[in-house]
Design a protein around this ligand. Structure first.
Ligand code: UVW
Length: 374
């Protein structure tokens, strides 16, 4: 029994055999941060968020004074509902999981009914409600941060770590019973797991680039829309904001808002997102962007055609593997975006830390943003 069913978790649209050749060639010669923070570094661009960068975030939140700050959380609720298929209307709830990652349901372990029925006894008069997940919890199936070891090509991860470290076995002294039987061994990441990000956290100046509002219809981009560097820069210009060194970028497409709109279709693999270009990778590297978050399933378009060749998540290779830059996916940006639009301010303080599950390739996250009000 292992905790990793990679084949099921990555049910990508069929497109023929998968090999490292073209992606290696595509990204060859583009910038990387390997060795920049030492040969053992596992934090990547989160190293960039020092005191000055955190202070820049604080100043952004305080832009209109200490009486004009509002806070927003960006984690999507876990509703346990699947998003209806494209031919059926969406509902007010639903977990926009990638194919192969189901919605997550929880159940009470004890509650008032259990005390009433005598299944549990109050302890010195105190009663508790407690819960457990009754379906698999896919850390990548909800708002989450990708660990740097989540994606690679060839046989090497960020900073030269061997890809074999993604499959390190751990044997547990004590078996733990699960719905699938006793677990005594799991595979997990021996390096570049979510732990370094969980330990250091993220705190810094974030810029919201609301591409959905700047370019889209009804404040969102249509399915399959490709966001390149031009669209990011056009949005920044329209918003009157500049991305500065070591900022966190938040890209709003409007994708997740369609999961809550009965008149809109949503399909994870067709969602709008960033698309690869050398210019985009170089811009992100020159600006030393510390992290990129977005309101879609993968930050980028899942399948991208470049010069007639099919690529799957190529920016995961350029950003996670080469730059050591964490991606944060499935963020709920609607209220923050409305507030930014109303205030005409698109810069804020973002703080976040993924759930610290050891050896995990990603961690559920619920960032907190402090934004200046108008
Ligand atoms: C995949 O692994 C497909 O997605 P993510 O990087 O969004 O977790």
């Amino acid at each position: 029994m292992t905790n990793c069913d990679c084949g099921a978790a990555l049910a990508l649209p069929d497109g023929g055999p998968d090999d490292a050749g073209p992606i290696g060639a595509l990204l060859d010669g583009l910038p990387d941060n390997w060795g920049r923070w030492g040969p053992d570094d596992e934090r990547g661009t989160l190293n960039l968020l020092g005191s000055a960068e955190m202070a820049a975030g604080l100043r952004a939140a305080l832009a209109n004074g200490d009486g004009a700050i509002e806070r927003y959380t960006l984690g999507l609720p876990i509703t346990g509902e699947p998003i209806p298929p494209e031919d059926r209307p969406t509902t007010a709830t639903g977990d926009p999981a990638f194919p192969g990652r189901g919605p997550v349901r929880r159940e009470n372990v004890c509650d008032a009914a259990a005390y009433r029925d005598g299944e549990f006894e109050p302890q010195a008069g105190m009663k508790f409600v407690d819960d457990r997940f009754v379906t698999p919890l896919y850390p990548h199936g909800i708002s989450h941060m990708d660990a740097l070891g989540h994606a690679w090509y060839g046989e090497t991860l960020y900073n030269g770590f061997d890809a074999a470290t993604t499959a390190e076995r751990k044997r547990f002294e004590q078996p733990v019973e699960t719905l699938d039987g006793a677990v005594v061994e799991t595979r997990g990441l021996g390096a570049l797991s979510i732990s370094p990000a969980a330990e250091c956290g993220v705190a810094g100046r974030a810029v919201l680039l609301d591409v959905g509002r700047a370019i889209g219809d009804r404040d969102r981009l249509p399915p399959e829309y490709e966001i390149g560097l031009d669209e990011l820069q056009r949005t920044a210009t329209e918003q009157g904001v500049s991305v500065r060194q070591c900022d966190v970028l938040l890209v709003r497409t409007g994708s997740l808002s369609r999961t809550r709109d009965p008149d809109a279709a949503w399909s994870p693999t067709d969602e709008p997102g960033l698309v690869f270009s050398e210019a985009l990778v170089e811009w992100v590297h020159e600006l030393d962007v510390a992290a990129i978050g977005a309101d879609n399933v993968a930050v980028e378009r899942v399948v991208q055609w470049i010069d007639g060749e099919r690529y799957v998540l190529p920016l995961h290779g350029a950003f996670l593997r080469n730059l050591g830059l964490p991606l944060v996916e499935m963020l709920w940006l609607e209220e923050l975006a409305d507030a930014c639009d109303a205030a005409g301010e698109y810069v804020c303080l973002l703080t976040a830390a993924p759930l610290h599950v050891e050896r995990a390739s990603g961690g559920p996250i619920n960032p907190v943003v402090l934004a200046p009000t108008g």
